[in-house]
Every structure is written in structure tokens, then in C-alpha cells.
Design a protein around this ligand. Structure first.
Ligand code: DHB
Ligand code: FE
Length: 283
């Protein structure tokens, strides 16, 4: 059985990649954000996960609004990034893990999740910026990544409860994989934000901090929200919380919070960071 060792949730905004490229991490604007990351990088470098199952949303690069899978999974050996208009540099390809990807895809479909299964898949900032953040200099090539993409752009979108169930089903698939590989789970995006429209700039610090607490101790409570609730509470793109909820669904065993950071606003978002350690359940 593969070993789920822990999880990381982080913002994925393109401005982070630009800040790193421009060496702006120590400026007053960015310092409170980047100061959160060294403990997470240290944990990843010490624990050395072999594989990362990464929940993200595609903002229009691979899946535009005319064709939108509710849930998609990559089963490729390699994924390429391209700049979908946010001004960030194209970065090295991401290494895939096709065998475990196929195992998870089969198991999900058997569980009733009608996945879009992608043998080729371009990946956008939702997937790449967190990798660049965790391995500065884009030194993430040694880690295998399984992209799991959740529709957060185009209605109808999967509800929080369904994303939690998706995570549970992925956890079950990983646990049934005959391997001693170490797996970490990433959930990217969020927290509260709205990028356009009359309410552009909306965010909700109190809600974000409550979500981070609940994500650790009582994640089921977050599944009571609808996407519309999230939009009203924190702005239109607060639905990116669904990636964090999916991540938490994977963790069936004991969860310990090792580290957190929260800083808002960073660009338009409430930027949360969580590092959770996970002990596999006995059965
Ligand atoms: C921003 C936030 C996002 O979630 C995103 O995908 C792109 C940009 C922002 O706040 O700048
Ligand atoms: Fe986003």
C-alpha cells in the first residue's frame, strides 16, 4: 500500500512566479507571504515524497469554457506548462506517474466518478506555481506529479461535498496501490477572492482563517457550504477552496498541523498555507 505522508495547501497566483523571477521575495509587499514557505520546503526536502497528487483548477489553458470536464486526471509521463496570458515564464516540464495515475483513474470510474482521462494535458499556474514555490529554481523534476483538475470556472461546478468525496475515493485508490512509495497531496488556489466584476477585490479574512481551522479538525463542516455560499461569503473565486477540500478528503488517518501561514491581500487573494502530516489508518 502506498503511504500518504501528508499534505500542503497553498495559493497558486501567477504574481508569485513573477515575484520569484524578479527576486522580490524580501520586499515589504511579498515578505510576509514568502516567509511562510521555508518550513514547508524543509519538510518536503526531508520527507522526500515520491509522488504528489495535486488538485488544481485549469483557468482556460487546457480546458476553455466551451469544453469543461467537471473532474479530469492526467495519466501522462510528462506535462508541459505554457503561459496562458499571465506573463509568467514557461518553466521546465513536470514529471508524471502514469502507472499510479491509471490505477487512480480506474478506481475513480469504478467508484462512480466519470473522470475525463487525459493522456496529454497542458498544465497552468494552478499546478506549476505551487511546484515552483516549493522547489525554488524550478527544481521539481525529481518529483512525480499526478494532476487532478476540478472545474472552478464554469457553471455548473461540482459542489464542495462532491469534491470531498472525490478526495476520499482517490485516498482509497492510493491505499489500494501495491507499492511502498510516499505520496503527498497538494490543494492549490484560494482562499477568498474575486478577480473581476463589480465586487472585484472582495475577500474575507475571518472566513479564510475559519476554513483553515476546519480543514484541520472538522473538514466535514466545509462540505455543508454550496458554491453559491462560497461566492457570497468570499467572492466569486472562493470556489477554489474546493481543491483544499478535495485534498482533505484523501486523508483518512490521523492529521497533524505542522505549519500554517496566512497573509491578505496578496494580489487579490487571501493567501493561505497549510502543512499537514498524515499517519495512515490501521485498516
Ligand atoms: C489571481 C488569483 C487566482 O486564483 C488566479 O488563478 C490568478 C490570479 C490573483 O489574485 O491575481
Ligand atoms: Fe486561480
Amino acid at each position: 500500500m502506498a503511504n500518504i505522508i501528508g499534505a500542503v495547501t497553498t495559493s497558486h497566483i501567477p504574481a508569485i512566479a513573477n515575484a520569484m523571477a524578479n527576486k522580490a521575495e524580501e520586499t515589504p509587499y511579498w515578505k510576509p507571504f514568502f516567509d511562510g514557505y521555508p518550513p514547508v520546503r524543509k519538510w518536503l526536502n526531508e520527507k522526500k515524497p515520491d509522488v504528489i497528487v495535486l488538485f488544481y483548477n485549469d483557468h482556460g489553458l487546457e480546458f476553455f469554457i466551451d469544453k469543461k470536464p467537471t473532474f479530469a486526471i492526467g495519466v501522462a509521463d510528462e506535462y508541459h506548462n505554457s503561459d496562458e496570458g499571465w506573463g509568467i515564464a514557461t518553466i521546465p516540464p513536470v514529471t508524471g506517474e502514469s502507472e499510479l495515475s491509471w490505477h487512480i483513474a480506474n478506481s475513480l470510474v469504478d467508484d462512480g466518478f466519470d473522470m475525463t482521462i487525459c493522456q496529454e494535458m497542458k498544465v497552468d499556474h494552478g499546478l506549476t506555481v505551487p511546484l515552483s514555490l516549493m522547489w525554488p529554481g524550478n527544481n521539481y523534476g525529481h518529483v512525480k506529479v499526478i494532476p487532478v483538475c476540478i472545474n472552478c470556472e464554469q457553471y455548473p461546478m461540482p459542489q464542495p461535498w462532491r469534491c470531498f468525496e472525490l478526495g476520499k475515493s482517490i485516498g482509497k485508490a492510493i491505499e489500494s496501490y501495491d507499492s511502498d512509495m510516499k505520496v503527498a497531496i497538494f490543494g492549490t488556489g484560494g482562499l477568498s477572492h474575486q478577480l473581476d466584476g463589480e465586487a472585484a477585490g472582495t475577500l474575507n479574512r475571518k472566513f479564510d482563517l475559519e476554513c483553515m481551522d476546519k480543514l484541520v479538525t472538522t473538514p466535514e463542516e466545509l462540505t455543508k457550504y454550496t458554491n453559491l455560499d462560497l461566492v457570497k461569503i468570499g467572492g466569486a473565486q472562493t470556489v477554489e477552496l474546493n481543491m483544499w477540500i478535495a485534498m482533505r478528503g484523501v486523508l483518512r488517518g490521523k492529521v497533524t498541523e505542522l505549519h500554517r501561514n496566512y497573509h491578505a491581500p496578496i494580489s487579490n487573494t487571501g493567501a493561505g498555507l497549510l502543512l499537514l502530516e498524515h499517519e495512515m489508518p490501521d485498516s
